[in-house]
Design a protein around this ligand. Structure first.
Ligand code: HEM
Length: 232
């Protein structure tokens, strides 16, 4: 027999970071679109206004990224455990999860991954979030900072291939973020209900299906408080 249990998986600092970051990245994408295609996109009026807002959002995203990194490294001490996939997850977990997203989800089969506070992400999420948070986001912040301070960082800029290369790289990274955003939001709707993962990112609690004979995960609600519903 199985029952449903509420598990606290996302602490408040991560939730605050996430929504600040999401808001910042969306602002960067929209203002970036106007900066890149000023003849076709005019959402913020003057070109300079779009640049000012883009730079401000860039600073907000950079600071919130630093806070995210400090939190996971020095407060939660769980960056590696949560974000780095194991060899087994790389060899078979990713395929199992992809098979679920592409096929068995549509046949009503359960998610092969069970969320616990110590093991929040499925193998696909681990690989994607690792790339986004430890490769793409630092790169987009670094290239953006170079473009913000072209004159003082001129030497470094030339060393990296000049302004054209940098602008092209920054734009390509932005395209990756836009693609990630669409896929991320779509996959986030594939929880127990279309909004359950969004609710989890808002209040921290995730609903999980657990075997009756398995010990309750750490941070789960007490049996008396549990949302209990038997499943055949
Ligand atoms: C409107 C935009 C966004 C929405 C609606 C959204 C939604 C969500 C939801 C529902 C979750 C929890 C479920 C899950 O892990 O899949 C989540 C987690 C996450 N999202 Fe987003 N997201 C957005 C933007 C972003 C952006 C721009 C990034 C990165 C640049 C991002 C990175 C992450 C990460 C790393 C997590 C896991 C956080 C943790 O628990 O450590 N999200 N997002």
């Amino acid at each position: 027999m199985k029952h449903k249990e509420m598990v606290y998986v996302t602490p408040m600092p991560v939730r605050i970071w996430h929504w600040l970051n999401a808001f910042g990245i969306i602002t960067l994408c929209v203002t970036g679109l106007q900066i890149r295609f000023p003849d076709y996109v005019n959402i913020f009026g003057a070109y300079r206004a779009a640049i000012r807002l883009h730079n401000t959002a860039g600073v907000v995203v950079s600071i919130s990224y630093l806070l995210w990194l400090i939190y996971y490294l020095f407060v939660a001490h769980s960056l590696i455990k949560q974000y780095v996939p194991t060899l087994d997850e790389l060899k078979s977990g990713i395929f199992r999860q992809a098979y679920f997203y592409f096929l068995t989800y549509f046949l009503g089969k359960p998610n092969p991954h069970h969320t616990t506070p110590d093991h929040k992400f499925n193998p696909m999420q681990k690989v994607t979030y690792l790339m986004i948070m430890l490769v793409l986001l630092p790169l987009v912040i670094f290239s953006g900072a170079l473009l913000m301070y072209v004159a003082p960082l001129r030497e470094l800029l030339l060393l990296l291939g000049g302004i054209k290369t940098l602008v092209g790289t920054h734009f390509l990274l932005a395209c990756c973020f836009t693609a990630f955003l669409f896929i991320h939001i779509y996959l986030a709707t594939l929880g127990h209900t279309p909004l359950s993962h969004f609710k989890q990112m808002w209040d921290g609690w995730e609903e999980e299906t657990v075997d009756d004979d398995k010990p309750a995960p750490e941070n789960s609600q007490q049996p008396t408080e549990r949302l209990r519903e038997d499943i055949v």
